[in-house]
Design a protein around this ligand. Structure first.
Ligand code: NAD
Length: 374
């Protein structure tokens, strides 16, 4: 039987950790959601023909190339999906936009806010749709936290504490990678971008920042017996003032020994509080002053079908979503937006906003003073 849905042909560029996660997302989204398109894994590109051929075979793409420009030039491809190192995002995205493709790009958009703005401007001028991979915002428990805040159940928000800490760079003997390149951005851009996106998703705009960014290991092995100097931060922190009057902080670190995925937040309001940790991301802890005296305490709310779209994955509460499921939700939302069923969930303009915050924190750290966010 032939499908009556239009096809959406994907060209994936980069096939490492995120490339595979995006393919999980495309494959599962077709089965979990009622998508407006039939997804076609059309072409894949990586650094060499050999890598691309192997990726096409392993991930299920029809065609492959060792040159990403061939995908951008291919008139059959509708969406260019970028999961390459950060330094390549801008060049590939701008080429794809000028070829009239929709673009799905991993975070951070770029290391520099002006480049990110240029990408957003280009997409808007061309009328193509864009999506940045801030997958943690697709967690139904994150939406529940935002709903609890918006409904006033926490009262006026006074305090925010956010962190994204991992330990994949804690060993000084681990080599220089694209993440250490100034065009990679450092820990604040790499994972602090997630913490900043979450902070604004929950509490709204940040008005001012006071940053402190530190390079702990100023050189890394270059893989050829020598060393390369590292200029980017291993740890980036900032005090924050939100426009709603709340004060807070975020911390980003990739040298936090023992932490594998600490994307956490704690929020305190006049009527309640929330605590969330990505290490147990199917749970949200909620404290309410509406509970009777003597009965108050953080209650643990477990994800279930009441928290849309959990029920699409599993009918039973408490059975838990996984990391790849967040990407699946992200893919489904992007496809709905391409079909005109919803606005862009997190477009290049939103990605450029995060980058502006990252840059303001770097700037503040260099100058040791508060910086206003435009
Ligand atoms: P990775 O090193 O695992 O994969 C990068 C891929 O790009 C590799 O396959 C590499 O060969 C390929 N590549 C390099 N140069 C290329 C070129 N010129 N043409 C085509 N392909 C090329 O890296 P990763 O961890 O997958 O990170 C990729 C991107 O995803 C980064 O922007 C990173 O910040 C982002 N990321 C996002 C998340 C998230 O949770 N959203 C998690 C990890 C990484």
């Amino acid at each position: 039987m032939t499908s009556r849905k239009p096809q959406l042909r994907i060209g994936l560029i980069g096939t490492g950790f995120m490339g595979k996660t995006h393919v999980f997302g495309f494959a599962a989204a077709s089965r979990v959601f009622d998508l407006p398109y039939d997804i076609v894994l059309h072409s894949v590109a990586d650094r060499t023909d050999e890598l691309a051929v192997a990726a096409a075979r392993g991930l299920g793409f029809a065609k492959s190339s060792g040159d990403w420009r061939r995908l951008v030039a291919d008139g059959e491809i509708d969406v260019i999906d970028i999961t390459t190192p950060n330094a390549l995002h801008k060049e590939i995205a701008l080429a794809a936009i000028s070829a009239g493709k929709h673009v799905y790009c991993e975070k951070p958009l770029t290391a520099w806010a002006s480049d990110a703005r240029e990408m957003a401007d280009a997409a808007e001028a061309a009328g193509v749709k864009t999506q940045v991979g801030f997958n943690y915002l697709c967690n139904p428990m994150m939406a529940l936290a935002r709903d609890l805040i918006a409904s006033g159940e926490l009262g006026e928000i006074r305090l925010y504490r956010g962190i994204h800490a991992e330990d994949y760079m804690m060993d000084p003997a681990s080599p220089f990678t694209f993440r250490h390149d100034p065009a990679g951005g450092g820990a604040l851009a790499d994972i602090g971008s997630h913490a900043l996106a979450t902070a604004e998703y929950l509490l709204g705009p940040i008005a001012r920042v006071m940053g402190d960014c530190v390079t702990v290991y100023d050189r890394r092995p270059d893989g050829h017996g020598g060393f390369r100097a590292v200029e980017v931060d291993d740890v980036g922190r900032a005090f924050l003032r939100f426009t709603n009057g709340a004060s807070g902080s975020i911390e980003a670190s990739w040298i936090s020994t023992g932490r594998k995925m600490q994307h956490d937040f704690e929020i305190h309001g006049t009527k309640g509080a929330l605590f969330f940790t990505q290490e147990r991301f199917n749970e949200l802890h909620f404290y309410s002053m509406a509970d009777a005296a003597g009965r108050r305490g953080f209650r643990r709310i477990e994800a279930g079908p009441d928290h849309d779209p959990y029920g699409r994955f599993c009918v039973a509460p408490g059975h838990q979503l996984g990391f790849n499921d967040l990407k699946t939700i992200e893919v489904a939302r992007f496809l709905d937006c391409l079909a005109g069923k919803r606005p862009e969930p997190f477009n290049f303009r939103a990605g450029a906003r995060v980058q502006a915050l990252v840059e303001a924190i770097h700037d503040s750290s260099r100058r040791s003073q508060w910086v206003e966010i435009p």
